[in-house]
Design a protein around this ligand. Sequence first.
Ligand SMILES: NC(=O)C1=CN([C@@H]2O[C@H](COP(=O)(O)OP(=O)(O)OC[C@H]3O[C@@H](n4cnc5c(N)ncnc54)[C@H](OP(=O)(O)O)[C@@H]3O)[C@@H](O)[C@H]2O)C=CC1
Ligand SMILES: CC(C)(CO)C(=O)C(=O)O
Length: 338
Amino acid sequence: MLDICLIGAGGVGTIAAYVLEKSQRARVTVILRSNYALVKDRGFDIDSIDHGKVPNWRPHNVVSSFASAATDQKSYDFIVIATKALPELTSSIITELPPLITPGKTSIALLQNGLAIETPFATAFPNTPILSSVSMVGSRLTNSTSVFHQKADVSNVGAHFHHVDDTFTRARQHDAAALFVDVYNAGLADARPKTNARCLLVDDIVGARWAKLLWNASFNTLCTLLRISVGELISGPGRDTLLEPAMREIAAVATAAGYGDAVAEDMIQEKLHDSPPTSTLRPSMLVDLENGRPLELEVILGAPLRVALEKGVSTPVLTQVYELLRQVQWKLTTQAKR
Ligand SMILES: NC(=O)C1=CN([C@@H]2O[C@H](COP(=O)(O)OP(=O)(O)OC[C@H]3O[C@@H](n4cnc5c(N)ncnc54)[C@H](OP(=O)(O)O)[C@@H]3O)[C@@H](O)[C@H]2O)C=CC1
Ligand SMILES: CC(C)(CO)C(=O)C(=O)O
């Protein structure tokens, strides 16, 4: 039995906790914040394309603080982080993590969108394997304890290999990722006949992040600015004048950074055409805006644009989109502080 501590039981994290426990190879302690009392009392109600309706689901253990997670369990095999990747939140989580990490045993798994999200963790914990998961799941909380999971749980997971030496070997980091993937797939075994849910172990996780950014940096940002669904974006005139140019700018930056294979033309075509015009999907950034929460702007757009600057790649559409969203972010965060 693996012991896992999960932080961020929202749309993605609750489904991950459920899958990991369904494997029957892991016990999950979930650290909750706003919904601790409610979940402790009645659990989560999950409505999932992969797992069907699962009322009143309770993880092995729910706690309301990092300190309780550290006292309830002697050591963890994995710390899974599925909060939004926001710079201030990441810093505060990193400050709280040391009591949960057993050197030589614990790995950190990041189930989050964006580019270079691993860097702050790798800097704080250089000898801890950092696993990075690029997820295509579509899942959100519809209230404090209800999860609506509408798009199959498909993800690519790999070790980040931030540093390798004789004691912190590539094999050790790879094995940690392989174990996580194995357990996750065991939890998806019942779902696979119904959907294509699967967790794939990949060698080049940074390339996988660039490939996902083709979608997130274009669809998430434009749907958010325009407050429209994916289907509305691809049905209107902005598909040709905003969406496709934005996607091609990300591809140009990724290519300049050495990840051209991950963002080749067939991948661009797939991302442009994988959603039908009837899609009502609201990307997670738009869901955040609609709930008055801060946007993952820096990891989704700021980080690739910093690479563009460094490599001298022109990004006229994305630069404008970024500046407009910085204004939206400013309004969201200053209002939240009032
Ligand atoms: N939703 C989706 O379909 C997809 C999302 N992603 C990515 O996955 C990541 C997670 O997204 P998503 O699941 O949508 O996020 P949500 O906003 O649904 O969930 C985040 C959760 O984190 C909790 N949280 C925040 N801070 C803390 C803390 N300090 N301690 C404990 N819990 C905390 C929040 O709880 P509280 O109520 O207390 O704030 C909330 O329940 C993001 O990077 C996103 O971009 C990737 C693919 C698809
Ligand atoms: C592409 C999608 C919807 C997951 O499939 C996503 O990553 C998001 O909403 O941020």
